[in-house]
Design a protein around this ligand. Sequence first.
Ligand code: GLU
Length: 426
Amino acid sequence: MKAGDIVVTRDTNGFNPWTHVCGLIEKAGKTLGLDDGMIRRIITPERILEVAVPVRMDSGEINMYTGWRIQHDTSRGPGKGGIRFHPSVSTDEITALSADMSIKCAVVHIPYGGAKGGVKVDPTVLSRGELERLTRRYAFAIAPIIGPDRDIPAPDINTDTQVMSWIMDTVSMLAGYNTPGVVTGKPLEIGGTLGHAGATSLGVTICTMAVLEKLGRAVEGQRVIVQGYGKVGGPLVKLLSERGMKVVGLADVHGAIHVPGGIDAAQMKEYFIKNGTILGFPGSTTVANDQFFTIKSDIAIPAALGGVITADVAQSMSASIVVEAANGPTTGEANEIFRNRGITVVPDVLANAGGVVASYFEWAQDLQGFMWEPELFTSRLEKTMADAFAYVWKRHIELDVSLRDGAIAVGVERIAEATQLRGLFP
Ligand code: GLU
């Protein structure tokens, strides 16, 4: 579709994350009674930068990669959003994720707009040197549009504190001085913050507890399945278990397992470090990937890639609550099925916002040049997430829509207010 078109139909063949997000924003805009011009303005991405990323491989050969940085909306503040390195990256995927970030930052009420970046590459086949050269060349290519006051990248799929360090260093070298505030999710030694690692998982946990409370269900003994055992899924297993829930299913890139009695988080961590996979964990049975979400459970938490919950998966889902730790895990069709089946979905733009809230705290500390105590960080994160959940819950009841549509409406409403207040330039 052309940027800015109002979407009247959803995808039928194949899931396109960008048209899907456009549809959700348009629906929220209509629920709120916004006019078409405002809806078009909110949907349309502000800036799409596509860059060539040439990399000299260890063999001496030059490989070409394509990268993007997309700023969707900056009416509420500088662009904010992660950078992913993955073979599935495309303009549509990154545009959709940048719009999700605009909504997400507005939902948790932090002073950012939305942005996202990525490089279409499989980083697992690169040497460390190749990965560093790719990262630095990409950072150089997007440097003209990023910066602490303009757009602040962070980690996302397949990017980590090391990648953030290289980006920070590249931008600092170009500037001629240190710019720690240009990225978040950095190591502690160069302006990172305690608590950033695991913040998304903490936010997911807070939302899980909050939704159980709203539905009048006990926390203790809830059976949870988690798809993904990486940056988000890993800490999540521990946090959920600590609160008395039982993680009875777990999946990683190698496959899925079922442990009816619940996984011991510390034992799993140790097993994973030793074996590089969750498969073969003592007491577990292996489950086919396409059967993962059928595992008998109360809560399902997708914490890996987008688009994994298709119509078939939604139809056979055992859980009655889905908490979206991943970005965009549920397709439009699957969403309808969840609605018809009465399954409660805590949407990504709320559930996984703990990561960007932590980024906001890191950036604020960098700009101030003043580091917070860990207790302050955690209490502010918990409060921000709990307040956002409570407000989205209230609005979804007032507007008489699903939790997802309620969350998007909260985001769209705040973006529309900022856009309205600022007026149209020139
Ligand atoms: N990649 C994370 C997300 O999708 C964090 C983004 C950020 O901290 O800027 O929310």
